[in-house]
Each structure stands twice: as C-alpha cells, then as structure tokens.
Design a protein around this ligand. Structure first.
Ligand SMILES: NC(=O)c1ccc[n+]([C@@H]2O[C@H](COP(=O)([O-])OP(=O)(O)OC[C@H]3O[C@@H](n4cnc5c(N)ncnc54)[C@H](OP(=O)(O)O)[C@@H]3O)[C@@H](O)[C@H]2O)c1
Length: 348
C-alpha cells in the first residue's frame, strides 16, 4: 500500500518549534508505523532566522543541530529565503500550517493573518498561539468550516494538558456552564515568592531569571495574559465572542507584602483567578486576585503549575491540573494536535 504523506509548514522557529521538531524527530517512525503517514516539514518561516523550503522534507536532525549551533536556519542545504511568512505558506505546498509565531496579546497578529492565508490556500491549521483564539476565534473557526479545513489549538491554554479536547472528545453531550482557573505562571510564582518573604521586585527578577517572565512583566502582572486565556476559553467552550479587552481585569500589582502576610495569618493565599460565566444571557470574562483558603485545592497550585475547573450540566464540576510544565509539555500539545489531525483525516 502506498504510504501517505502529510506536509507541514511551520511559522515561527523559537523554543516551542524547536521542542516540537525534536519530538517529531524522535517519534517519526512511531507515526509512520502506527498511523501509516510520513510527516514531512517542507517549509519554515523564521523571521530573523530566515526561512527554508524543501518539498522533499527538511532533515530534522540537521535542522536542530544547525539552529542549536548558529541560532539561524542558514546552515541548512535548503533554499534560504528572505520573505514573509505569508509567502512561505503560499509557496511551500504544505497540507498543514503549524503556527508558532510570537504571541501578540494586544491584537493576535500577525498569527491571525498567517491562519487566514493558510485556510485560503487550503491548509489545515494547528496553532499554539493563543492570540488568534482570544481575538478572533469565531470568525477563524467559521472560515475553517467553510473551507472544510481542520483547526486545532490545544496548546494555547495549559500546554499539552487536555483542555479543549477534554470537553470536545471525552465529554460528549455535556454543556459547559462556566469555568475558573489559575492560568498565569508568572503571577502565581510572584505571589508565592512574596509568601516566602521576598519583595515584589525580587520575585519578578527571579521569574525572569528562570525564563518565564518577560523583560517587561506588565502583560502578566496586569492580568493581560490571564485575560487572553480567559477570552480564548470563553470563545471556544462558552461560544462567546470576547476579546481580551472585554475581560474585566485586575492584576496583582495592588497586592502588597503586608496583605500577603495578613492572609497567611488567616491561612489564606492570594491567587489570580480567571473566570468565565453567563450573566443575563451574556458571557462574562473576569480576571482578579482572590483569597483562597489553605484547604482549597486552588491553594496548592504553586509556582508555574495551573488548574482549570469547568462546571457542566451533566457531569458537575471537573478540574484538571498541570504540574510544573516545561517546554516538553508544549511540544506534546502540538504533537497531540498533529496526531488528532491525522486521525480526523483518516475518517474523511
Ligand atoms: N513556550 C511555551 O512553553 C509555550 C506554551 C504554550 C504556547 N506557546 C505559544 O507558542 C508560540 C511560540 O512560543 P515560543 O516560546 O516558541 O516563542 P519564541 O521562542 O519567542 O519564538 C517565536 C518565534 O516566532 C518568530 N516570529 C515572530 N513573528 C514572526 C513572523 N511574522 N513570521 C515568522 N516568524 C515570526 C520569532 O522570530 P524571531 O526569532 O525573529 O524573534 C521567533 O523565532 C507563542 O505564540 C506562544 O505564546 C508557547
């Protein structure tokens, strides 16, 4: 029987892309054996790293070695292009766009344009970038449906932990009524460091040293990242049309060390809570610091761990926790979407 091929075009070649390529490289023979599909990476658009095209499939081992050595795609034998991501998507004759460009929390671009270009070209889309889901999910999803394309985005919230798949794949017939969660690592880490007696400034510096807080931490501290995740979840599971700017948002900068100490004396902790619920027939998104009791499961979600609780009509409340995620969990999220896409294509 002739082996099927699935060609991927990747936009963005940063940490998530490199970890996903490493995992694909390790799992290539498993995918071929178990799914009967040979996955080829035929194009990469990497902005400052340059872009590559190779219709026969880029050598993943050489790619990883080249990027680790030079930080660029330029050591590769493939055609090196100086062109936009849209041009790479249009030229690389792929079946699937894997969108892994930098998140722009304030407008979801240029990832929204990359996804539109892919659908217009007839590609399926997998993305780990929550910008498009937080800003424009309803329209992009309808675009995918009109083009009969598959649109997967599991990694956008809680990396590879099943959030959207949990609901769509394993809870058939269940309606989500509301959700809440702790979804921003940086603020969770800063609050915990302050509980240990460290100042806010030292806590931010430590989060930056460990590599999960940006040089400008305001997008986390002011609740924008949490608002984007809230909008993304609300848009998918509550069928809302929220944007991050529609989420009622309060960050953690108003919480001082004295308030944290006072809470500790009452055996309470501050947590930045994301919520989505329906009020007066409207979906409401909210992000704010709340006090949780020491015996509440939310009180034990520490450092970079996260939790999401959904309340459903038929299954009551279900919580999912991701403990101490690393880049491997991000890579797994993208990989799990790839396998799901292969399965969905087999059923067509
Ligand atoms: N890292 C994680 O654990 C994680 C977890 C869940 C979701 N995500 C999401 O996954 C995506 C990638 O994350 P990451 O950690 O890999 O980020 P990253 O290391 O900053 O890499 C992003 C890459 O995208 C490239 N890029 C930006 N705009 C581009 C454009 N217009 N065309 C082509 N390439 C472009 C950047 O190029 P330059 O090299 O020129 O800057 C960079 O190489 C983000 O949206 C992020 O929110 C990441």
């Amino acid at each position: 029987m002739e082996e099927k091929q699935l060609k991927l075009c990747m936009v963005g070649f940063g940490n998530a892309a490199a970890a996903f390529c490493q995992l694909m490289h390790e799992k290539m023979t498993v995918i071929e054996k178990d799914y009967g599909v040979k996955v080829l990476l035929t194009g990469i658009a990497g902005r400052s790293k340059g872009s590559l095209l190779n219709g026969q499939g880029i050598d993943l081992a050489a790619l990883l070695q080249s990027v680790a050595g030079t930080g660029k795609l330029s050591g590769m034998p493939e055609e090196l292009l100086d062109c936009s991501a849209e041009e790479v998507i249009n030229r690389c004759n792929a079946d699937v766009l894997v969108e892994l460009s930098t998140l722009s929390i304030m407008d979801g671009q240029p990832a929204i344009r990359h996804i539109e270009t892919a659908f217009a070209r007839g590609l399926h889309v997998i993305t780990a970038n929550k910008g498009p889901i937080a800003w424009d999910f309803d329209r992009l999803n309808k675009l995918a449906e009109r083009q009969n394309r598959i649109f997967l985005f599991e990694t956008t919230v809680m990396d590879g932990a099943p959030v959207f798949n949990l609901i769509s794949e394993t809870l058939p017939g269940c309606k989500v009524l509301s959700f809440k969660g702790i979804l921003n690592s940086t603020t969770n880490f800063i609050l915990e460091e302050m509980e240990h007696g460290n100042s806010y400034q030292d806590a931010v510096k430590e989060a930056q040293r460990r590599g999960f807080a940006e040089a400008d931490p305001s997008l986390d501290v002011d609740g924008w990242d949490a608002a984007a995740k809230t909008a993304a979840i609300a848009n998918v599971v509550l069928k809302a049309r929220l944007r991050p700017t529609d989420v009622d948002r309060t960050g953690i900068s108003g919480i001082g060390i004295e308030e944290i100490k006072a809470a500790q004396e009452r055996l309470q902790k501050f947590k930045l809570l994301c919520e989505g619920y329906i009020e007066n027939n409207q979906v409401v998104g909210r992000v704010r610091p709340v006090l949780v009791a020491g015996n509440d499961i939310y009180s034990n979600i520490d450092a970079t761990s996260s939790i999401l609780t959904i309340t459903t009509d038929l299954m009551g409340e279900i919580s999912i926790i991701e403990k101490d995620p690393e880049i491997k969990q991000t890579a797994y999220g993208i990989y799990s979407d790839l396998l799901r896409l292969i399965n969905l294509l087999r059923c067509r």
